[in-house]
Structures are given as structure tokens and as C-alpha cells.
Design a protein around this ligand. Sequence first.
Ligand code: HEC
Ligand code: HEC
Ligand code: HEC
Length: 201
Amino acid sequence: MRHVLWLLLLTTLPALAGKSCVDCHAGAAERSYALSKHGVIARIEAGRERRRTPDCAACHTFEAKAPVPQHYAKKTSRTEAREQATAGCGTCHSPRYVAEQLAAAQRGLAIGEMKRREAEALVELARKEVSATELAQIDKLLTTLRDENLRDLRLGLAHQSPDYQWWLGQAALDGSLLRIKGALGEARRTPGPRTAGPGGL
Ligand code: HEC
Ligand code: HEC
Ligand code: HEC
């Protein structure tokens, strides 16, 4: 059994080593970069000797050096990786511009987290008031808000992509929050068996 595992490791490692970031991080990570000014300019200048904007590895210096699929063998290394990802901005932009960008990202994320907390509080209420079927539907909306909308916002801020920050991020968070409110209101109006507690408004 152990031999089989070793064999598996030896045969998969070279394949993993030859992979580029986007082979493993296709989807939102790749697209948010592609839609950013960095990504657009990188595409236009692909193949040129001197390129003005960073690619994945230029910012993610930690992950570029760390072996995959486990970039973060130590617990602290994810924190280290995050710090390294913004350490290079200043080689191309002024310190003031970078500080402004990072502060704006912090604010954007705080707003996103506020929306998440508001949604979670509503779902807590729903848990006490509505039937299991209605709750399942509301829970699904919360999952979308947390796992998709908030992730897209994070990536939009990290990768300076207006599309991901605003449309797929903040606007989508607002949309999910409204749908949760709507579903809760609807469930409260619909007469039917309740799991616990008083129904209605
Ligand atoms: C062979 C697949 C593979 C390759 C190639 C790869 N990664 Fe990863 N990456 C992963 C996996 C799996 C994780 C999740 C956990 C871990 O690594 O410890 C991850 C996690 C990450 C994370 C953190 C994501 C999160 O949600 O917290 C970042 C950032 C990242 N990778 C960037 C990169 C960059 C940049 C490159 C190219 C230099 C790269 N990765 C190459 C597989 C890969
Ligand atoms: C301009 C610098 C820059 C470039 C270029 C860049 N990233 Fe990032 N990326 C960041 C920063 C900053 C973060 C936020 C800190 C962190 O999570 O490490 C981040 C976060 C991420 C995350 C984690 C997001 C999460 O959900 O927490 C992934 C995955 C990722 N980048 C992959 C990529 C891939 C793949 C590319 C290339 C297609 C790329 N990045 C290009 C700076 C960059
Ligand atoms: C290799 C050089 C380089 C690095 C490193 C770099 N950038 Fe850029 N960045 C550029 C260039 C070039 C542009 C396009 C400037 C232009 O023509 O508007 C740009 C554009 C931007 C824009 C868009 C501005 C706009 O007008 O829409 C933002 C925001 C930005 N960078 C933030 C960052 C942050 C934050 C980091 C670090 C995580 C970073 N950059 C790292 C070169 C770089």
C-alpha cells in the first residue's frame, strides 16, 4: 500500500510542478485578474519583452515559490503570503497611491462583512420562525452570499477589478440580502406549520 502511495506521489509531482497558477485557479481568481487593468494590459502586452503590469507570480511571490498543491505547510505562511502579495505594489506605484488603494480595499471589505452579518442575523430569526422547507431555501441564499458574492468582492478588491468589486461583489451582496429579506417576509405571510415560535410579523 505504501509503495502505491509513493508511486502516486512520484508520478503526480512532476505534473503538478509543471502547472501554472490558472491551471489550478481557474474561475473567479483568474477572471477577476483578467478583468482588472493589470490583466487587460498584460494581455495586450503578452509576448513583449518588457511588460508594464504584474502577472500572478509577480504579486504572489510566496505561492510562486511554495510547492503545490500545499502552498501553506505552516499555519503562519498564509499570513506571510498575504503580506507578500501587496509588498511589491510600491515598485510601480507611489507609496501614497498604494496606501489609498489598500485602505479603500479594507473599507470595501468591511462593508461586505456588514452585509454578511446582517444576512446571518436574518437567517437566525428565520431558524426560529419558518418551516424547514422555507429555511432550506433561505439557507441556500445565505450560502450564495457567503461563498460566492463575498468571495467575488474579496477578489475584486484584491485584484483591483471594478466588475468583481461592484457588480459581482457589492451589488450581488445587496441582491442576495434583499432576496433573503423577501423570502423571510414571504414565509412569515404564508400560513402553515412552523418549526417553533410565533409566526407572522
Ligand atoms: C497544482 C495546483 C496549484 C497550482 C499550480 C497553484 N495553486 Fe494556489 N492553491 C492550490 C490549492 C490546492 C490551494 C488551497 C490550500 C493550500 O495550498 O494550502 C491553493 C491556494 C492558493 C491561494 C489562497 C486561496 C484562498 O482561498 O485562501 C492563493 C492566493 C494561491 N493559491 C495562489 C496561487 C498562485 C499565484 C499560483 C501560481 C504562482 C498558484 N496558486 C499555483 C493549488 C495550486
Ligand atoms: C497586483 C497583484 C496581484 C496579481 C497580479 C494577482 N493577485 Fe491574486 N491576490 C492579490 C492580493 C493582494 C490578494 C489578497 C491577499 C491574499 O489573499 O493573499 C490576492 C488574492 C488571491 C486569491 C485568494 C482570494 C481569496 O478568496 O481569499 C487567489 C486564489 C489569487 N489571488 C489568485 C491569483 C491568480 C491565479 C492570479 C493570476 C491570474 C493573481 N492572483 C494575480 C494580488 C494579486
Ligand atoms: C509591475 C508594475 C506594477 C505592480 C507591481 C503593480 N501595478 Fe498596479 N498598475 C500598473 C500599471 C502599469 C497600471 C496601469 C496604469 C494606467 O495606465 O492607468 C496599473 C494600474 C493599477 C490600478 C488601476 C488604476 C486605474 O486607473 O484604473 C490599480 C488600482 C492598481 N494598479 C493597484 C495596484 C496594487 C494595489 C498593486 C499591488 C497589489 C499593484 N497595482 C501592483 C503597474 C503595476
